[in-house]
Ligand binder design. Structure first.
Ligand code: F6R
Length: 242
């Protein structure tokens, strides 16, 4: 594993954008695995800047996102499709048909999971997968569990997650109860994994995930088994690894 220590969030975002930019430059039709959440927002802003400067061309790039809530319209401001459109896709020249987020409104969620696995396979796999990390070590919506779930699947959100998300909705009842997520195997099959972490609040879980035992109780710990992981973090998030 390579560790890149950045001075602060902005520097972390530039370093992560450097890595993604090199993929897009060296392989114009690369497959980028993308994440939502607060951590990669600065990275996406950097990519937009570089696109606007004429330094990056996304016209042949394909993207595949980690996860989506079940039951939210793509236009809902809490859906991950909406996040990706507003934080990245609407600002670069990626073709809409080349962007993939699980369809949260699919009638048949199991069929949607199977379709999503087929999409990933049809792209020839993911060149680089961006991952944020939850405070409990979750990656995508793969929460601490007894086993590592393999491919794309439906998950029931934990009460703590519903509670944490309730602030974004008018009422607690509106918070989705289920999500679709890429599984651990799909994530591990990415050729390279770029983990972004920021802030002192992530220091404990970063240490657990990368120095502790590999266990489905800390889903991110499986990343220790991947041959090409780059961990980019600010000093606070990496303080217990250094
Ligand atoms: C996002 C995702 C989540 C986040 C994680 C960290 O698509 O799948 O696993 O990466 O919850 O979120 P932030 O970056 O907000 O700390």
């Amino acid at each position: 594993m390579r560790i890149i220590v950045a001075e602060n969030y902005e520097a972390m975002s530039r370093q992560a954008a450097n890595i993604l930019s090199s993929h897009v430059t060296m392989k114009p039709d690369c497959v980028l695995g993308l994440a939502t959440g607060s951590t990669p927002i600065g990275t996406y802003q950097e990519l937009i800047k570089r696109y606007e400067a004429g330094d990056l061309d996304f016209s042949q790039v394909k993207t595949v996102n980690l996860d989506e809530y079940v039951g939210l319209e793509p236009t809902h401001d809490q859906s991950y499709r909406y996040f990706m459109q507003t934080q990245l896709f609407d600002h670069i020249n990626v073709k809409p048909e080349n962007t993939n987020v699980p369809q949260g409104m699919a009638q048949d969620v199991e069929a949607e999971c199977a379709r999503y696995n087929a999409v990933i396979a049809s792209m020839g796999g993911i060149d680089v997968q961006v991952l944020g990390m939850g405070h409990n070590g979750h990656i995508g919506f793969n929460e601490p569990a007894e086993i590592f779930e393999k491919e794309t699947h439906k998950v029931e959100l934990q009460d703590s997650t519903i509670e944490a998300n309730a602030r974004f909705f008018a009422t607690r009842d509106e918070v989705p109860r289920y999500a679709i997520t890429m599984g651990i195997q799909s994530i591990m099959q990415a050729r390279q994994i770029l983990v972004v972490v920021s802030g002192a609040g992530k220091a404990d879980i970063v240490e657990k995930a990368f120095r502790g035992p590999v266990t489905p109780k800390v889903p991110a710990s499986i990343l220790q088994m991947h041959p090409d992981v780059i961990l980019v973090g600010d000093k606070e998030a990496l303080s217990k690894l250094l």
